[in-house]
Design a protein around this ligand. Sequence first.
Ligand code: 5GP
Ligand code: MG
Length: 180
Amino acid sequence: MENDIQQILLTQEQIQNRIRELGQVLTAEYADKNPVIIGVLKGVVVFYADMIRQIKVPCQLDFMWLSSYSGTNSTGKMLVRQDVTADIKGRHVLILEDIYDTGTSLDFTVRHLAEKEPASIKICTLLDKPERRRPGITLQADYVGFTIPNAFVVGYGLDYNEKYRNLPFVGILKPEVYEK
Ligand code: 5GP
Ligand code: MG
């Protein structure tokens, strides 16, 4: 697996240090709010497990699983494969995401959850690729781990064809891996 990586963008240590920093901020933000922390599957699982352990407040954990509904062209339409199970009405919601790329999935997620009338919704994404944002998406992530350049990355939960999620770092794939 590691032989397919062209460059390590973020080491385990860099990621863990940043998660500790974010944890301090989120611990202060959510003290006494008993938030529902919602992970968007599957890419978020590794970040989620590390991040929640640095948010040192009582909280409830939940997950959503989305599919992109790709017909003949990439319309960017999304489907809810599995919805949250918690009743989030009146609750403070913190969305955890692996990567904020074109914005299609986060925009959809926020709209979907907003219909359930939570008290607040905030977004924490490990990675942000602002160069890739789709025109018309004005949503801002409230907390960003790292802003990265426009490259396809894998590892630390992120996949290419379901592979590489278990790499402990974030890296850029060698182009020949796609071209195979
Ligand atoms: P969106 O384009 O809707 O912002 O991102 C949708 C999803 O595409 C992300 O949650 C992530 O699963 C996937 N994605 C976007 N950029 C990358 C990337 O650089 N690497 C990987 N592995 N997945 C990505
Ligand atoms: Mg994702």
